[in-house]
Design a protein around this ligand. Structure first.
Ligand code: FES
Length: 108
């Protein structure tokens, strides 16, 4: 499901599809994007670790923090900020909104 709307947001999932504490990987263009369901809502970030391209959605989610499954770098899911080495560059994050029962990611 990838429907682009006029406001630059793309529908990526339905509400209820991603359990709390869960994640869904979608492709926007050529980019894999991980959509996380945290305690206070949905957040989207590139599904590529900035250290060496690890698939972040396959890592361990601890609260708002995702740990890369490859070498253990940790990132703030809400901001993309690096919390520990070996990564040094933040992961790009995207706006998310819920409209009706659709979860949408800003992809202008
Ligand atoms: S690829 Fe993520 S820590 Fe190395």
């Amino acid at each position: 499901m990838n429907e682009t709307s006029t406001d630059g947001f793309v529908t990526v999932a339905r509400v209820g599809e991603i359990p709390r504490g869960g994640v869904k990987v979608v492709r926007l263009g050529d980019q894999p994007v991980a959509v996380f369901h945290l305690a206070d809502g949905y957040y989207a970030m590139d599904d590529l670790c900035t250290h060496d391209g690890g698939p972040l959605a396959e890592g361990i989610l601890d609260g708002d923090v995702i740990e890369c499954p490859r070498h253990g770098a940790r990132f703030d899911v809400k901001t993309g900020a690096v919390l520990c080495l070996p990564a040094v560059t933040p992961v790009p994050v995207y706006d998310v909104k819920v409209v009706g029962d659709e979860i949408k990611v800003g992809w202008a």
